[in-house]
Structures are given as C-alpha cells and as structure tokens.
Ligand binder design. Structure first.
Ligand SMILES: Nc1ncnc2c1ncn2[C@@H]1O[C@H](COP(=O)(O)OP(=O)(O)OP(=O)(O)O)[C@@H](O)[C@H]1O
Length: 248
C-alpha cells in the first residue's frame, strides 16, 4: 500500500488520544475521516505530517519508513481551514513559492503557475494580495500552493469548514477534479457526513483512539455508530410529516 500506518500511539499526559492506529491507503485515493470533536483526528494528521511526535508506531509512505523524518522532508502537505497565505506575496507568488524554493527555471514557474491559476478558476486574480480575496479564493490559492509541488500525500483538515454552503459545494467539485488530474493521495478530515461520502473513495470513522476503515460506502451507511442512520431518519420523518400535512 502507498501509505501504511502501523500501531501509532499518542498520549497527552494521562490521556491516550490515539490508542492503536492501523490502516493503509492505496495510491491516488482519498480517505475521508469522520469522528466526534476531540476524538483525535487533527492529532492523527499532525503525527502523519510530522508536526506532532507519536509515542510509538510506524508511518510507511511509498515503501519508506518516514516515522523519524522531519516534517519538511516527508513530501506531505498539511492543509487546514485557516491556512495562512504569505500576506506580503500576491496570489501568483504564493502559488509559485514552492517552485522558487526548488530553484526551478523562471519559464517553467510561469507556465506551471498560470496553468494552476486557470485550473483553480483564479485566472485573473494573480496580481491580488491575500487580503483582497474571498474565503473561497484564499482556500483555492492554498490548494494551488500545496499541489504545485506534487506532494506524495495531502492532509486536509476540515478545509472547507469556514465556507458558505454554495462555495463549499463548488470547492468540493473543484477538489475532486484536481485530485483526479494530479493523481493525489489524501486524507480528508471533515465533520460533514455528506462531504465525507462525496469526497472519499473510502470512508473511515475515528472513535476511542482507533480508526475503522469501511469496506465500502454501503457498510459505512449501515453502521449505526456513524450517525448516518440518524440523519436519514431525520429527513424521512420530515418528508413523511410534510406529506401528512395538507397544504391549504
Ligand atoms: N498539545 C496538546 N496538549 C494536550 N492535549 C491536546 C493537545 N492537542 C490535542 N489535545 C487533546 O487531544 C484530544 C484530541 O484533539 P484533536 O484536536 O486531535 O481532536 P479532533 O478530533 O481533531 O477534534 P475537532 O474535530 O474538534 O477538531 C482533545 O481532547 C484535545 O484536547
């Protein structure tokens, strides 16, 4: 498997947040991760990304044990809701940043960044500074900056959490298209059941410090502990009530 998480454990003081994390992910797939607030989703992503040290366990990425590598050597990008852009750089330069660090040729940078701006529907926004952008546009710039360097793994922590419903929907579709085009492998943490089902090739649920990965969406939907059944029940009740209430 492309990503293999083996026996990861993590405690904060007396509290064991991650008990025994074991799962794997095939290349070019997105694994959606759901779970109650405080169950350890962010901690898990930070451990995989190298931003938090596990107490024990192994992380294998593309056949290499990266458990003790520093974050910047892992070829993993961690993106979160309030991801910060460089405030003193315009949109173009924010996206170009990773390529400039790698000292790529100017011609190459120009064409790659322009292509990315078009893909992200930011074709005419390249000159703008981050404070002149909407929330959805900022989030797209963050994606562009992350994806342009071809990371092996993308870790997304509620990336669309602060966006309104319409923008969120457009971002979901855009992310799916880009993930497909760039063969992205990612973990996608969300609180939104619909988003998890929509974004994930596979779905997992974190509970009691462990992650359960479902065989397929049907198995996930059928498990009463995930909350999907409650949600379906809610809508069914509402529809039945509407049908019973005569309209005047
Ligand atoms: N640096 C830290 N020191 C002590 N406790 C921490 C630290 N970071 C996280 N925790 C605790 O670990 C638990 C898991 O936190 P984490 O942020 O991973 O949860 P989460 O599932 O991402 O939650 P949410 O969905 O609300 O973002 C929480 O009880 C939190 O208080």
């Amino acid at each position: 498997m492309f990503l293999e998480i083996q026996n990861i454990k993590k405690s904060f003081g007396e509290e064991q947040i991650v008990k025994d994390l074991n799962f794997s992910l095939a290349p070019h797939k997105t694994l959606s991760v759901l779970g109650k607030s405080g169950c350890g989703k962010t901690s898990m992503l930070k451990i995989i990304g190298g931003l938090l040290k596990a107490d024990s366990g192994k992380i294998i990425l593309n056949g290499n044990d990266i458990s003790s590598l520093q974050a910047e050597k892992r070829s993993i990008v961690y993106l979160y809701q309030e991801d910060l852009l460089f405030p003193h750089l315009n949109v173009f330069e924010n996206i170009a940043f990773g390529l400039r660090i790698k000292k790529q040729k100017e011609e190459h940078i120009q064409s790659k960044v322009k292509e990315m701006l078009e893909l992200l529907e930011l074709g005419n926004q390249g000159e703008k500074m981050p404070h002149q952008l909407s929330g959805g546009q900022r989030q797209r710039v963050s994606f562009g900056r992350a994806i342009i360097i071809n990371p092996a793994l993308l870790l997304l922590d509620e990336p669309f959490g602060s966006l309104d419903a319409g923008t969120r929907q457009r971002m979901q579709q855009l992310f799916k298209d880009i993930a497909h085009k760039f063969n992205i492998t990612s973990l996608f943490v969300t609180h939104d059941l619909k988003e998890a089902i929509l974004m994930g090739d596979e779905i997992a649920f974190m509970q009691n410090g462990k992650l359960k990965v479902y065989q397929n969406k049907e198995e996930f939907i059928a498990d009463p502990s995930t909350g999907v059944q409650n949600e379906i029940g809610f809508w069914e009740n509402l529809i039945t009530k509407e049908q019973k209430t005569p309209t005047l």
